[in-house]
Design a protein around this ligand. Structure first.
Ligand code: NAD
Ligand code: IPM
Ligand code: MN
Length: 354
């Protein structure tokens, strides 16, 4: 099989970790007999500074010609964040109907959780983030700018279609996992229209999945439970913003934001899906060659699985775990390996895996 992959390294450490993942995928494609045709897209803040836009008007159309999109990170201090993200990452997620953002959280072998005494079996869950609506919306505006009467409004949008489809996805995922448990993140005590609706739909959709056990927590105490009882969670479904927050907190208790992977999925496959680490461009460490590439490798693993290259995906995860088990870490996990050294370690493990 040959797959067409659109590569968008983006900004900052995105440009450091994506080439490392390309090396890993090349090694896998040799061994597992598939081919990848990459098309490079320079869409980034640098591109914006040259052209005045993050991608050209036909950018989405061009990206649609691929089987999947592999992205690094977007963001640079020279461009306001809402301009760069709403110019590239967010339009891809929305226009390509990638309404599921899957973000696995696992304490990998050898990594020490910042939570005392937690073992691998205690931290193993998936955040299913609604990725197309909710708190992220363009609806709103500002009036009387610069005066004492200045006012801003930002609307939140929840549709029955949008809520039900993410919940169904989360229930179906929970059904496939051994614990069959789904937690819903809400805030229906303080947010009186959208969140009671979210709870109502959670209950209604749950009727179709009697084999899945459910729980529901307000987002405030849920963050506390992530820290104190990570073992309670199997699949966690949340709105766009709640899912965003939980998917930085989750990887933090599993060692580092640097390991966090994500898949922006269009389940109907009408559009390409996009795979990217959860972290941003990390301007504080960009250019130093020390970014943790695990989140990017794990995202590549999710992409290979999505494409159907199951054996290659399994081998990659085993190789990553074999390296972490030997305590080879980048500085964010307390080690002194560079990004490239970590990649070399994974490549050498891959040689030994069949
Ligand atoms: P960030 O994830 O870039 O960085 C947060 C902290 O985590 C920093 O200290 C950074 O050094 C560290 N970190 C992140 N990834 C790491 C890795 N792989 N290895 C080691 N350390 C790592 O978040 P931020 O500082 O809030 O945002 C920086 C920029 O990135 C902003 O412009 C923001 O809008 C953008 N951003 C983009 C994405 C994306 O493209 N998906 C995601 C989040 C933030
Ligand atoms: C993420 C990021 C983005 C988000 C930002 C950069 C817009 O934080 O992918 O988690 O909030 O979706
Ligand atoms: Mn985020």
């Amino acid at each position: 099989m040959t797959y067409n992959i659109a590569l968008i390294p983006g900004d900052g450490i995105g440009k450091e970790v994506v080439p490392e993942a390309v090396k890993i995928i090349a090694a896998l494609s040799d061994r597992y007999d598939f081919d990848i045709n990459y098309t490079d897209f320079p869409y980034s803040c640098e591109y914006y500074l040259k052209t005045g836009h993050m991608m050209p008007a036909d950018g989405i159309e061009k990206l649609c010609a691929s089987d999947a999109i592999f992205l690094g990170a977007v963001g640079d201090f020279q461009v306001p964040d809402h301009v760069s993200l709403w110019g590239l990452l967010i339009p891809i997620r929305r226009q390509m109907q990638q309404y599921v953002n899957l973000r696995p959280v696992r304490l990998l072998p050898g990594i020490r959780s910042p939570l005392a005494d937690r073992k691998s079996e205690d931290i193993d869950f998936v955040v299913v983030r609604e990725n197309n609506e909710g708190e992220y919306s363009q609806i709103g505006g500002r009036v009387y700018e610069g005066t004492d009467l200045e006012m801003v409004v930002q609307e939140t949008v929840f549709t029955r279609m949008g809520v039900d489809r993410i919940m169904r996805y989360a229930f179906e995922l929970a059904q496939k996992r051994s614990r069959k448990h789904l937690t819903s993140a809400t805030k229906s005590n303080g947010i009186i229209h959208t969140m009671p609706f979210w709870d109502e739909r959670f209950k209604a959709v749950s009727q179709h999945y009697p084999d899945v056990k459910t729980a529901q927590f307000h987002i405030d105490i849920l963050t506390a439970h992530f820290v104190q009882h990570p073992d309670w969670f199997d699949v966690v479904v949340g709105s766009n913003l709640f899912g965003d927050i939980l998917s930085d907190l989750g990887p933090a208790i599993a060692g580092s934001i640097g390991i966090a992977a994500s898949a922006n999925i269009n389940p109907e496959k009408e559009f390409p899906s996009m795979f990217e680490p959860v972290h941003g461009s990390a301007p504080d460490i960009a250019g130093k060659g020390i970014a943790n590439p695990i989140g990017t490798f794990w995202s590549a693993q999710m992409m290979l699985e999505f494409l159907g290259e199951i054996k290659a995906a399994e081998a990659l995860m085993r190789a990553i775990e074999a390296v972490t088990a030997e305590h080879i870490f980048t500085p964010d996990l307390g080690g002194n390996a560079t990004t490239e050294e970590f990649t070399e370690a994974v490549l050498s493990k891959l040689k030994g895996i069949r």
